[in-house]
Design a protein around this ligand. Sequence first.
Ligand code: ADP
Ligand code: ASP
Ligand code: MG
Length: 407
Amino acid sequence: MALKVMKFGGSSVADVEKIRNVARRVAREYDAGHDCVVVVSAMGKTTDHLVSMADEVSGGNPHPRELDMLLSTGEQVTIALMAMALENMGKSAISLTGRQVGIVTDFVHSKARIREISTERLSQLLGERKVCIVAGFQGSTENDDITTLGRGGSDLTAVAIAAALKADVCEIYTDVLGVFTTDPRVVPGARKIDQITFDEMLELATQGAGVLHNRSVECAKNYNVTLHVRSTFSEEPGTLVVKEIENMEDIVISGVAFRRSEAKITIRNVNDEPGVAAKLFTALAKKHIQVDMIIQNETLNQRNDIGFTVSGADSAKALEVCEALKAELGGSEVVCDRNVAKVSAVGVGMQTHVDVAATMFRALSEAGVNILSITTSEIKITVLIAEEQVDRAVQTIHDAFELSKTA
Ligand code: ADP
Ligand code: ASP
Ligand code: MG
């Protein structure tokens, strides 16, 4: 018999009937003799509603500790209801918060990192043949303050528990059949991928493919967790995330990811001397601001522009840092463009195919999409573009690499 960690996202538990549906699915696995740990998200759009209430009462600047206190309540509703639904089906179940499971995190509210998970209580309960229903997305610090792991963080809870328990599989149940070549909501012809490597999945998730939280993929890769992304509403097998795939290089591009609400911040005319970038990016890191693309222009008259992109949510904090440093760096002004987005093509095969960038840029130019800047890594090419052109750009790149065709 297997030890399974099954994670159900917000849309899978959006209402009471859906919670019952999930409970039936879990009950089936339990009756088959498997040990089940079930990780759940908040119901439907609960977390979004909580965030907007917090913004309303705090003038858009909620205290980080109190925000986590509030957001963690969403998952707590689901665990209790799920346990009740299972009990009602005659299955022995128990709900557990992050703290009760022993998920200890660092002190960084709303982006906390897991330091350790104690498996004692879970193992004992599983030994008693209980279904353990765990609240995703939350943990607690050594001081017993509640933390959250970042939006979409229930995936990470599930993978981290699977790693700690050495589970046979971590199944991520969601509202699509698996990982697609791009978001099927944007490109209806997107194709489900049967198998994808950890590296490609990590890159896709980091570049915006919301189907998996990027840190969950990283964790699965580090601890070699078998990860299966599949649908709550179908029996079909989904996507397996694996270490390696045979004939990997035959597939040039695996998928296209995008992130809509990015902000590009530039400090103009900074001094051209050692230490400028170091000071700026150290200050941003100290505020826990995740910088994405870095854009530095060529020097002209001993001055240059230094810019970077961050998520829209971090833009106000990043602007503050830049304004505070502007004079020290000799900069003349700080500008922020909030209407940008990035689109990335990801694939291990691009390392051995020379014409990938050219194909992508040609297709974008034919579609009239202007590229604001470009970054690359071994397995991805990312372009920054105007936000209103995202859908067209994604469709264009998807077509250019013929991703709808079966591999
Ligand atoms: P959950 O609530 O189950 O965590 P999410 O909304 O976080 O679900 O993730 C599922 C959604 O991710 C899908 O509905 C889909 O619109 C979106 N998505 C984005 N990129 C992809 C992709 N490459 N493959 C599949 N789904 C994707
Ligand atoms: N409820 C949290 C969110 O909406 C965590 C999750 O669903 O994974 O971001
Ligand atoms: Mg999710």
